[in-house]
Design a protein around this ligand. Structure first.
Ligand code: PRX
Length: 649
């Protein structure tokens, strides 16, 4: 590692930060040598109704798997995000909201947010929602999304948030899986100047004959646009709130009671409902938010993630609000109406901490630094990156142009399943290397194993696993515990398998190399190639499909589909477009293939297994290093695919 790509912590930064390197090392050591003692102490950062005496009961044995944290304590997540702040910071802004159109601004103080959450919690109860029920949210980025989540938490209901970019079919399957009686949505969302037909998508999802659990749809009026209405099913948010009492004591929940489910893609099957529980999750989300961002009282914190993803749960709602932060919430995208928007928002709201994704940085970078000529940026102190590997060029641009070489970048590695950040620098403690997520957070024990499951010591590369539990870990796949065990604990026995590959350098720093399974990461959105393939083969003209990721300058990975058509179907440009549209409507715009190559044949072994490594190489335009194709049933298929490949540079 050359010194040029090392960004050491300055003595000034170390002195003013919560944790310096020596403290990190000491605390980390304590957290893994004596986890009971460490977490007994740090669990206290959350307000418990009944204190815990038990800290952890964990087994990663795939025949007898259990994960419990603080498990005799009781608490409420919404109480921790709201009530406990009222005395000291009732008048402090909790949420500063900026609309897609910047002329729309709104601020909610902690007292105001508390009042809205209590009223909406009562409204939900009035609609028959009970403790343990699953409530589905399909919301735009407006404060009411946080209100609805916290209202669920307040009465012990389990929220299931669906990203607003998903299609009616995706909504339907998630509603069925969660058996939701109530869906909360808005008439329309607004993003980058366009409206998104949220209510119409919910209507279409509920028209699916397999969805018969939903009794009520609560609709927030955001745009006032035209929507269909079913009197016996639909009700306006505002009508409910108008008659709802703003007094609602928070339900006393056990630490291991579910807080939410959030669906995420894996290498096989339909998306899984990742289940998170209350106590450990709250401790972990709030603690990581404080230490990873070196968060200080009263600071303005901006996370650009959508509430439909785990980052929007842990680092827009639960972590920052539990810490009493003021968060900036943006309805739209930070590069609309122009790439200058992001800088303007940072200056307008004096943002101290920014948390965003590499794909956005790369998109801004492609537009040129000129858009930041008028950007002051002096309020910024810490910048985060999440969702995919950040390439060193994008890191450098982020550091120079947005951070003005003053703000450390925390490249945070984690997953929907982990609930919170697991591998990350700490601003005043960790010397930075662009592209490396660096070191484990307290209590986190990463390791690398080879494909046989043997531990790799020292510097090396392998599959990234976790040897022990941390409080924010998912507890199950909703409704399918076997799948949880199978997906995460059977590949390498006794360990949690992340699905990622990583390299560890001579300083012990981790460099995430990307997924080692059939999951791809498109603009930080996680997609299973199998999901896209099954959408494609559901089309009447398609016989077979194989989907792989390929390197994409802005999105990180693009979606490359090889499609075999049914006999007699002509390979036309019009069909290609309609297949793209088809996948869009089956899954959502985020899953639209970038490139579709007609593949009269796919490379298969004699037993019929598709050899994806060839397809990945062809899609990446790395045709010079294809390797041995002698095991294929018909090696000539490869030459055909190379001849007609699309991603030539
Ligand atoms: O491959 C890793 C990548 O995103 C995956 C998790 O995706 P998801 O569950 O949607 O959560 C995203 C937000 C936490 C991981 O398995 N990933 C996430 N953060 C990073 C990353 N890859 C490299 N560097 C990161 N900082």
């Amino acid at each position: 590692m050359s010194n040029q790509s090392l960004f050491p912590v300055t003595p000034e930064l170390a002195a003013q930060s919560k944790i310096n390197d020596e403290q990190y090392r000491r605390m980390y050591q304590e957290s893994v040598v004596n986890p009971e003692g460490f977490w007994r102490e740090h669990g206290k950062r959350i307000t418990w109704f009944k204190d815990y005496s038990k800290i952890r009961k964990v087994s990663f044995d795939d025949h007898n798997l259990y994960i419990n944290w603080f498990y005799d304590g009781t608490l409420n997540a919404s109480y921790n995000c709201l009530d406990r702040h009222l005395e000291t910071r009732g008048d402090q802004p909790a949420i500063i909201w900026e609309g897609d159109d910047a002329s729309e601004q709104l601020t909610l103080t902690y007292s105001q947010l508390h009042e809205k959450v209590c009223a909406f919690a009562n409204a939900l109860r009035g609609q028959g929602v009970q403790r343990g029920d699953v409530v589905t949210l399909y919301m735009p980025m407006v404060p009411e999304a946080a209100v609805a989540m916290l209202a669920c938490a307040r009465i012990g209901a389990i929220h299931s948030v669906i990203f607003g970019g998903f299609s009616p079919d995706s909504i339907a399957s998630r509603i069925i899986d969660g058996k939701s009686k109530v869906v909360i949505t808005a008439d329309q969302g607004v993003r980058a100047g366009r409206t998104i037909p949220l209510k119409a998508n919910v209507d279409a999802a509920l028209a699916n004959p397999d969805v018969n659990c939903v009794e009520r749809v609560i609709v927030l009026k955001r745009t006032g646009g035209d929507i269909d209405w079913q009197d016996d099913r639909d009700i306006w948010w505002s009508d409910l709130m108008a008659v709802s009492s703003p007094h609602c004591p928070a339900e006393e929940m056990n630490a291991e009671d579910p807080l939410f489910i959030l669906y995420t893609s894996g290498s096989t099957g339909t998306p899984k409902g990742v289940l998170h529980t209350t106590g450990g999750y709250m401790v972990y989300a709030s603690m990581t938010h404080e230490y990873v961002f070196d968060y200080r009282d009263g600071e303005i914190y901006w996370c650009t993630a959508d509430v439909g993803w785990i980052t929007g749960h842990s680092y827009m709602v639960y972590g920052p609000l539990a810490n009493g932060a003021t968060l900036l919430m943006h309805e739209g995208v930070p590069n609309y109406p122009s790439p200058a928007r992001m800088g303007e928002m940072i200056d307008r709201h004096k943002v101290n901490i920014l948390y965003t994704a590499p794909t956005l940085i790369r998109a801004l970078m492609a537009e040129g630094a000129d858009h930041f000529n008028d950007f002051d940026g002096s309020s910024l102190r810490v910048m985060g990156s999440v969702g995919e590997p950040i390439n060193p060029e994008a890191w450098r641009w982020y550091y120079d142009v947005i951070g003005k070489e003053q703000s450390p970048i925390v490249d945070t590695w984690w997953q929907t399943e982990t609930g919170g950040i697991l591998i990350t620098p700490l601003p005043g403690a960790t010397d930075l290397k662009p592209g490396s997520a660096t070191r484990p957070f307290f209590g986190v024990q990463p390791a690398l194993v080879d494909n046989m499951g043997n531990l790799i010591e020292g510097a090396g590369e392998g599959n990234l696993v976790m040897l022990d539990s941390w409080p924010g870990q998912m507890r199950s796949v909703y409704g399918d515990h076997e799948r949880f065990v199978l997906t995460y604990f059977k590949t390498f026995r006794g360990m949690y398998f992340t699905g990622d590959g990583a390299r560890r350098d001579e300083d012990g720093y981790y460099w995430i190399t990307g997924r080692v399974d059939d999951v791809i990461n498109v603009s930080g959105h996680r997609l299973g190639t199998a999901e896209i393939e099954s959408a494609l083969v559901a089309h009447p003209d398609v016989a077979e499909a194989a989907v792989v990721g390929y390197p994409h300058d802005i999105k990180g990975q693009g979606i490359y589909a090889y499609v075999t058509l049914n006999k007699g179907i002509e390979e036309t440009e019009a069909l290609r477009q309609s297949l793209r549209q088809w996948v869009r409507s089956e899954i959502g715009a985020l899953a639209t293939p970038d490139l579709i190559q007609w593949a009269p044949g796919l490379p298969k072994t004699r037993s019929g297994k598709i050899m994806r490594r060839f397809l990945r190489k062809i899609a990446a335009n790395e045709v010079g290093s294809l390797g041995d194709s002698s095991t294929l049933a018909d090696p000539a298929v490869i030459d055909d695919l190379i001849q007609t490949r699309l991603n030539r540079s």
